[in-house]
Design a protein around this ligand. Sequence first.
Ligand code: 13P
Length: 342
Amino acid sequence: MNLAALNEIAEKMVTPGKGILAADESSGTIKKRFDAIGVESTETNRRDYRELLFRSTEAMQKYISGVILYEETLYQDAADGTPLVKLIAEAGAVPGIKVDKGTKPLPGFPGETITEGLDGLPERLAKDYERGARFAKWRAVIDIAAGIPTAGAVKANAHALARYARICQEAQIVPIVEPEVLMDGSHDIARCDEVTRFVLQTVFAELFEQRVALEGIVLKPNMVVCGKKCETRATIDECAHRTIAALKATVPSSVPGIAYLSGGQSDEEATAHLNAMNKIGGFPWKMTFSYGRALQAAPQKAWAGRPENVAAAQRAFTHRARMNALASLGKWEDSLETALAA
Ligand code: 13P
């Protein structure tokens, strides 16, 4: 393993003023997104949609440091025959690949899941590297409900994340380590805080045991927020302070950067939370975004599967990318949302 080279990629992924586009929706998830805008999920439509994002020159060159791809997209060509991965690299962003195979029920743990995909991973990574991928992603999912998460399920997921991470580093690929505590449910922010700390502590213990070099990873956690169905709402500031405190208590400072998932927050909430944290400062890592929904909801709606809407969709994507890029510097203001809307 060449750790200096891994560290260089990880640092590039969390460049201040830029962040990661998570465009790695699985076939099932992209179908759900397309259903919502009345578009059939065919291979060509998926290609056309993702191509419009990657050809959003201003967003890609100025605000996006890396793009997470689903396997189909990594090996797909644009309409003119150019590999999509080449469009990303030419814009100066790092291409990455989602390598987990999704979640399955964890036997013996009702209501909890385990992420699968370790089988054959070294061989897949070698091929993905060849095609241009320089980082990977694996998402572990932790749900909060009565009696869960259990320590057993958290440990099993953390162990799989650590195995994945070390296998990636061996293949000269930077692992994004993503333990997502879901915001579904009615739990309050204190419960999210407690579970997030426990999950991160367990993940870093496993990363240590599996000999993962922390300088060569990017952490992709959830923020500490209220459950979607919680009756009391926390302020932007409380979420920001609690998230920073939870991470400071559990994440070693040798990790180059934190790239948050949006997890179902509204577009503006995801931006405001990231901005608030970077305004507060006082932590040892870069903090940026690795958003899926919070970057793509607007362009998907604007596009609606129509070629004549491509330019409008690209403007919508560029706007959200720019807002989040400003938030990664703590320089976003509410008023910029309308003032700078393209
Ligand atoms: P969201 O930002 O929509 O949560 O997606 C990020 C992601 O990559 C989830 O695995």
